[in-house]
Design a protein around this ligand. Structure first.
Ligand code: URA
Length: 252
């Protein structure tokens, strides 16, 4: 794609998202240099004016289960602990365990459901069609994939992309919680009902939950529609743009 086509596609995406105009004010898109070292105080809740914080979720029991007193928990250590995981039946059909990708000290973390076929092949979350849309969503608030962290609740592809089962979630979620505790993002975006229900322990629908901001493990949690759903229901992109504007404000 040449530059002109890329720019046209980008503007069309903004139009689809319902973005109204652009500001020439550099502050609108500028985000200062991201510190190389983990931030101090990153776990303090971001100030949010007029945002409800309906759920204060407890840290999950499995979050630090296997961290011994002498080994600092890092993403590398969590990945090593997962190893060539055979803890649940999903290992039987996977090609690659999909751990997560991005900045280990990202301010913004996206959580999806589980790898699909492309992710299973490539070992990276959100690289298929839904992933390409997620990349555009990230870019719509002036960030790149490299500046955020992307993970899934489930690390191995369920056969034929079926919904993950409860035992699979219970087995895999402690690793996501550990990732969250190491990265300590300021904002977590839960992509779709499955991610938000797992994180918040809620049984409400994504339509009921989105539009709100929740306190979650020292971060702000913003539920939004899953990009795969947006591919089927493009008219809901406008809602996602509203959610992403909230995310941008929380990060500002
Ligand atoms: N859908 C997800 O929830 N995660 C991926 O990594 C890809 C598609």
């Amino acid at each position: 794609m040449n530059r002109r086509d890329a720019l046209t596609a980008h503007l069309e995406f903004f139009e689809e998202l319902g973005a109204e105009g652009f500001s020439r004010d550099p502050a609108w898109r500028f985000r200062g240099p991201v510190p190389a070292e983990p931030r101090s105080g990153a776990n303090e809740p971001a100030p949010v004016a007029n945002e409800p914080a309906p759920v204060a979720n407890e840290p999950a029991p499995g979050a630090a289960s296997s961290t011994d007193a002498t080994t600092p928990n890092t993403l590398t250590r969590i990945r090593e602990e997962l190893g060539d995981c055979t803890r649940c039946k999903l290992h039987q059909g996977r090609t690659t365990l999909v751990f997560g990708v991005g900045r280990p000290d990202a301010d913004l973390l996206f959580v999806g459901e589980a790898p699909g076929r492309d992710e299973d092949q490539q070992g990276e979350p959100f690289v298929g069609r839904a992933g390409q849309l997620l990349t555009k969503i990230i870019e719509s608030i002036g960030l790149t994939r490299d500046q955020v962290y992307i993970a899934n609740v489930i690390k191995c592809r369920p056969p034929n992309n079926r919904n993950p089962e409860l035992d699979e979630v219970r087995t895999c979620e402690p690793f996501l919680f550990q990732q969250l505790d190491v990265i300590r993002p300021r904002v977590v975006v839960a992509l779709g009902a499955f991610a938000v229900r797992t994180l918040l322990g809620s049984d409400q629908s994504i339509s009921q939950l989105r539009g709100q901001v929740f306190d979650y493990r020292g971060a702000k949690l913003v539920p939004t529609f899953h990009p795969a759903f947006l591919l089927r229901s493009p008219d809901r992109k406008r809602d996602v743009w509203e959610d992403m504007k909230k995310v941008r404000a929380l990060l500002a």
